[in-house]
Design a binder for this molecule. Structure first.
Ligand code: ATP
Length: 224
């Protein structure tokens, strides 16, 4: 997945400013920045939900329009039917998306919800709801999984479960792009990190380099 000088302006405000980002196959990339830095807007452009003011997105060598089937995302609080079980919610989505029925059991296993799959969605904790959202995003077995602040609002146990899940997906070779405002989280679960501030990608590094005490590599001057 690559973007080239991806930009989004809202009137005078430059929400995303010439972001050139590459996520390599098989890596877990952490898009790190404070609230308002432009993370969600960038992710929404990758998904074709927001039209860029300038710049380009290529997913697996193709334009967005041709590649959306290759991407799964959890970008807003997932919308499920509260009175249906987790499993039945996924069955509905699988039918819509034309996925083989067997995928439902598989993704429930992946997100560790098999034991609670028969319970009504409305009884799930927030962490379980988020994990079911990840399961829904995985139904099509996408090449790229995009997660917008997947641990936001979760209690410590929910956060730990979600981080373990992302690490498992990464270890299984899934390409993941996730946003976060917590450096510690990104260091725990990602292979590479990009820091976004004021709409600009200002620094990038591998997590291994950071662990070794290296500083983030500055790729743009935040004050330019
Ligand atoms: P958060 O973690 O709070 O979602 P973020 O890093 O994802 O933060 P964005 O939501 O992408 O940041 O917002 C970047 C900037 O663009 C903010 O200043 C925000 O107010 C502005 N913005 C986002 N969407 C719109 C919109 N539809 N109209 C006007 N301004 C917007």
């Amino acid at each position: 997945m690559e973007t080239h000088e991806l930009t989004k302006r809202y009137g005078q405000l430059v929400a995303v400013d010439k972001v050139s980002l590459t996520v390599r196959p098989g890596e877990v990339y952490g898009f790190l920045g404070p609230n308002g830095a432009g993370k969600t807007t960038t992710l929404r452009m990758l998904l074709g939900l927001v039209r860029p003011s300038a710049g380009t997105v290529r997913l697996f060598g193709k334009d967005i329009a041709q590649s959306l089937g290759d991407v799964g995302a959890l970008i807003e609080g997932p919308a499920f039917y509260p009175y249906l079980s987790g499993r039945d919610n996924l069955r509905v989505l699988a039918r819509y998306a034309g996925c083989p029925a067997g995928r439902v059991g598989l993704v429930l296993d992946l997100v560790d919800l098999t034991d609670r799959a028969g319970d009504r969605y409305g009884t799930y904790s927030l962490g379980m709801k988020q994990r079911l959202g990840v399961a829904a995003a995985l139904l099509k077995d996408p090449k790229l999984l995009i997660l917008d602040e997947p641990t936001n609002g979760l209690d410590p146990a929910g956060m730990a479960d979600m981080r373990r899940l992302i690490r498992r997906l990464g270890a299984a070779g899934k390409t993941v792009l996730l946003s976060s405002h917590m450096l510690g989280e990104v260091q725990q679960i990602c292979d590479r990190v990009g820091v976004v501030s004021g709409g600009r990608l200002i620094a990038e590094s591998t997590v291994a380099e950071l662990r070794g005490g290296a500083r983030l590599r500055v790729v743009a001057d935040p004050l330019d």
